[in-house]
Design a protein around this ligand. Structure first.
Ligand code: C5P
Length: 227
């Protein structure tokens, strides 16, 4: 199933503490952002890439896009103060798209088979997101005290990509923006409409590069894949 992808890349990367957008940090031979872009550049089912960027970083990102010969970019809209706003800035420029994927630019290890399953499920069901089963015992804790141990069987850790029929996500985004509802992922906005969101089993190595130790983990993943 063909799709277009939205990659929010306008974060500040405070938790990385690198003093710059973490997406510009290098993992082995290439910036994190380029690793992510290349997955979609090389996926035949991807027919366009939308990248939400900071105005101050647009020129540098354009130079990277040229250097690594990324050809599928359709737009580089200005991102917002929250991730959801960055996604919104892309959605409002997209036209005639049936399936849209939203994927954190900071998750460079996503693979084509998972993307394909998500796009196909979104086409059939409307909404499908990537997730993995929780591995640890999960508890609800408030003020340092356990309130409840949650049944692990039904707990999933949710990732991106999150795939949708475009009209469904646009409606959900519009409804959220109207009342100022801020979700931590796109699925929350669709759930608010009462629409079912399907979970596609993903991989534990689809990590979001967030803190320094993720860089070590990320390089190990790349080295293992190169073998
Ligand atoms: O900060 P975090 O890693 O959770 O952000 C997830 C993704 O969303 C990153 O790729 C980041 O660049 C992007 N983002 C954005 N606009 C924001 C905040 C985050 O595009 N205001």
């Amino acid at each position: 199933m063909h799709y277009e992808v939205v990659l929010p890349a306008a974060g500040s990367g405070k938790r990385m503490g690198a003093g710059q957008n973490k997406l510009f940090l290098t993992l082995l031979d290439k910036p994190i952002l380029i690793h992510t872009l290349l997955v979609f550049e090389q996926d035949e089912a991807c027919s366009g890439i939308w990248l939400a960027v900071k105005d101050t970083e647009r020129d540098y990102i354009q130079s990277l896009i040229a250097k690594y010969n990324i050809t599928k970019i359709k737009g580089l809209p200005t991102g917002g103060t929250e991730r959801q706003h960055s996604v919104h800035s892309c959605l409002k420029e997209m036209k005639d798209v049936e399936i849209v994927l939203v994927h954190d630019a900071a998750r460079p290890f996503i693979t084509a088979p998972i993307i394909e399953k998500l796009a196909d499920t979104a086409y059939e069901k409307g909404a499908a997101i990537a997730g993995v089963r929780a591995k640890d015992t999960m508890k609800i804790v408030r003020e340092g005290i356990i309130k409840e141990t949650v049944d692990r069987e039904s707990l999933w850790m949710i990732q991106t990509p999150q795939a949708f029929r475009f009209n469904l996500l646009a409606e959900a985004e519009g409804a959220a923006e109207k009342v100022g509802f801020l979700g931590t992922d796109e699925a929350m906005l669709v759930e608010r409409l009462g629409h079912e969101v399907y979970v596609v089993e993903s991989s534990y190595d689809n990590v979001k590069i967030t803190t320094q130790e993720d860089l070590i983990f990320g390089e190990a993943i790349l080295k293992a894949r190169a073998k």
